[in-house]
Design a protein around this ligand. Structure first.
Ligand code: NAD
Length: 366
């Protein structure tokens, strides 16, 4: 069938909306009519080839939509189901079976390989195959074929076009906080970066009852927004040393927990130094492969801190996405306030607005 899709044609180039041929869904796949797709910083860095997904490709990995057809081997889904799409995982390796599918042994080939596990690509532009199955989905298209394993059925009572970011960016921030850092009432936490990932982490920390939530960024309007949404303190790290500011705000102790969503090497080092003794910090921000960050092993040895590298919030999507939706319905995870919608035709504008800092979480609506 013919579908409109946004193709990343070459490194750094704008996405190009074209009519592509979408192949038949396979027996283990669903065909999903896309309703909305979030745009994540990771789409921009793959467009720019920090990660070598073969181009031309249809990117997009925060899709939500309606099941339009169900493969012969699929159980548990029916035409008309509302679904959010998550990353592709195998379900059988040691980490998938241990309840940590985001560390699937096949993470890279399944999500960044530009094709299905069998090597086939779902899209064609005339005779040219176009990479598909980015994060198992390639959601910048009107319809996609996706392994049923990647899909999470969601309540039809919540606005479907807004739910796609729960499959990646919001799951990443909220999951890193709720599943890995695990704040409790009384905890202090510093979050570096007030984009969608950092703010989702902040909303997770508020929902968990953390007492002090310090948001750090270099964009004043984002810091103001964070304060309005529930941060207890904000730090502009352009205006001074954020480590000193965080120590001052915590009576000299440092924070119990910290999250780096920037992927900037200096910020990672700042995060390690802002932690209290026996604190726990997590990195989720992406950097080009081969990026090193300084880690003061002399001073930090006696700190007893733990540092975690976290993929996709270390979540089990079929458990965690409904949990976040439940919190949203209870008024305790107002993620809709992070979202601005754009018509699909304005996808490049949406990407630009997000990179410029004006829009926190763009969602294109089909
Ligand atoms: P974003 O660009 O909206 O937010 C990043 C924020 O960091 C911005 O507000 C920016 O101003 C701030 N920042 C930049 N340099 C800074 C500095 N020196 N000090 C303080 N703040 C600084 O991006 P996002 O959508 O929130 O995504 C954040 C990161 O998470 C990206 O790198 C993305 O690729 C990554 N990501 C990782 C995973 C994962 O599984 N680990 C999943 C999704 C996204």
């Amino acid at each position: 069938m013919q579908v409109k899709a946004a193709v990343a044609p070459a490194q750094g180039a704008d996405l190009d909306i074209r009519e592509l041929e979408l192949d038949d869904y396979q027996p283990d796949e669903l065909r999903v009519r896309m309703v909305g797709s979030g745009i994540c910083h990771t789409d921009a860095i793959v467009r720019d080839q920090w990660y070598p997904v073969p181009l031309p490709a249809v990117l997009g990995h925060e899709g939500s939509g309606v099941v339009e057809a169900v493969g012969a081997n699929v159980q548990g889904f029916a035409v008309g189901d509302h679904v959010v799409l998550g990353p592709a995982t195998c379900g059988d390796c040691r980490n998938c079976t241990a309840g940590h599918p985001q560390y699937c042994d096949y993470l890279f080939p399944f999500n960044f390989g530009g094709c299905r596990p069998d090597g086939s690509k779902a899209f064609r532009d005339g005779d040219t195959p176009i990479s598909s199955h980015f994060f198992g989905q390639s959601s910048f298209a009107e319809a996609v074929n996706v392994r049923a394993r990647n899909a999470v059925k969601v309540s039809p009572e919540v606005p479907l076009e807004l739910l796609g970011p729960l499959g990646c960016g919001l799951n990443t921030g909220a999951g890193a906080v709720l599943n890995v850092l695990k704040p409790v009432p009384g905890s202090s936490i510093a979050i570096f970066g007030t984009g969608a990932v950092g703010l989702a982490g902040m909303l997770g920390a508020i929902a968990a009852g953390a007492s002090q939530i310090i948001m750090v960024d270099i964009v004043p309007s984002r810091l103001e927004f964070a304060l309005g949404l529930g941060a207890t303190d904000v730090v502009n790290s352009k205006a001074g040393d954020p480590v000193e500011a965080i120590r001052e705000l915590t009576g000299g102790l440092g924070v119990n927990l910290a999250l780096d969503t920037t992927g900037v090497p200096q910020v990672f080092s700042q995060m390690t130094k802002a932690l209290a003794v026996r604190g726990h910090g997590a990195l989720v921000g992406a950097a080009p492969l081969g990026t090193d960050a300084a880690f003061d092993i002399g001073t930090l040895l006696t700190s007893g801190i733990t540092i975690s590298m976290v993929v996709e919030g270390d979540s089990v999507p079929r458990q965690f996405i409904p949990l976040l939706i439940g919190l949203y319905q209870a008024g305790r995870f107002p993620f809709d306030q992070l979202i601005k919608t754009y018509p699909f035709a304005e996808i490049n504008q949406a990407l630009d607005d997000s990179l410029a800092g004006g829009t926190i979480k763009p969602v294109v609506v089909f």
